[in-house]
Design a binder for this molecule. Sequence first.
Ligand SMILES: [Zn+2]
Length: 422
Amino acid sequence: MEEPNWERLVEERRQKLTDLAKNLIRFNTMAPPARNTANAQQFIADYLQQRQWDVDKWEVFSGDPNVVGTKTGKEGNRYNSLILNGHIDVAEVSHKEWSFDPFDPAVKNGWLYGRGAADMKGGLAGILLAVDILHELKIDLPGDVIVQSVVGEEVGEAGTLQCCRRGYTADYALVGDTSNLNIQGQGGVITGWVTVKSQQIHHDAMRRNLIHAGGGKFGASAIEKMMILIEGLQSLERDWAVRKTYPGFQPGTNTINPAVIEGGRNAAFIADECSLWITVHFYPDETHETAAEEVENHLRKVAEADPWLRENPPTFIWGGESMIEDRGEIFPSLEVQSNHPGSLQLLESFKEITHEAGEINTSPTVTDGGWLADAGIPSAIFGPGTLEEAHAVDEKVEVEQLVTFTKIVLSFVYKWSHTLKE
Ligand SMILES: [Zn+2]
């Protein structure tokens, strides 16, 4: 069959598209607190099922299920498969600052307003409308298409990682997260806890003996020793800023943030334990493993140079699966393979719809795309909305961009699915 006219098909369904996005926004899926996506995910599961997609739904956390819909291609073993990924959770809201109810969406002057409009219920709505149009036109694609509606993106819980672990893979993946219709890769993030711990516990009155000439006692305040490690982090951060670069990133974007510090018992004690929670940003050509290793090696050397830390070296806990549950997260980096047939096809579909050249660059933030890349799937972030609008008070997305996004997705899905595997 001849390729349908996606332009016209989507134009005729503008209302349907914004209604769909509004429906998704009405579900309050704020994270934190999280554990509140069950109804929204059931809506998506039903939506896919009603259009004859196979639906897999499972709890990632109680009250936060993932939904994966699969449309098996009629020649799936020969033709390219595709993952379309989006997260259903949205960033936290302080209602007081909004000029309207963040979960009561509205369209005004060509903009759709509501929490998640840009990040990324608008993108999800575009993907779902594409599913609907394919179903309505009774199009049986040759390749497999997988739609993932995941939880936990906003709090490092990586529902996408759980999809990868469950075995979902494809020849290409598109993450419909906020990119202003740029085709984007990303740097990565890993958090870690650095802990300094003394074997002995000393009374506050012992301080003179620990720190002054003639005190005669080998001991230390864990808080003061952590200061040495923090200075060590600063010199490593400066070295990274000077020596590492990546196209599209301002030099020094690879920061090491001492985000949270905890330590000491009370004022009657010398602090015998101190922990520092750090956020490490790295470039798309680095991995979270190597970034963590560099920090750890550096701090071990810093510790070697201090008499007390040499005997009481710091310990490290890297990453985590939730900022809420185990206070840690990882977002792997993602490099768009610009010569990959999937990326080239996406560029072509972009041009066909917009009559402009698409742009491949890097996102200054992180998305679940890193997990798909980490699983070996060539991936790109490509979605409507800008980062200024995402997470913002009175969040909004331009309806025109939602429409354009949906057209490009349809063109891309259709052509990619009709392309033989390499
Ligand atoms: Zn997002």
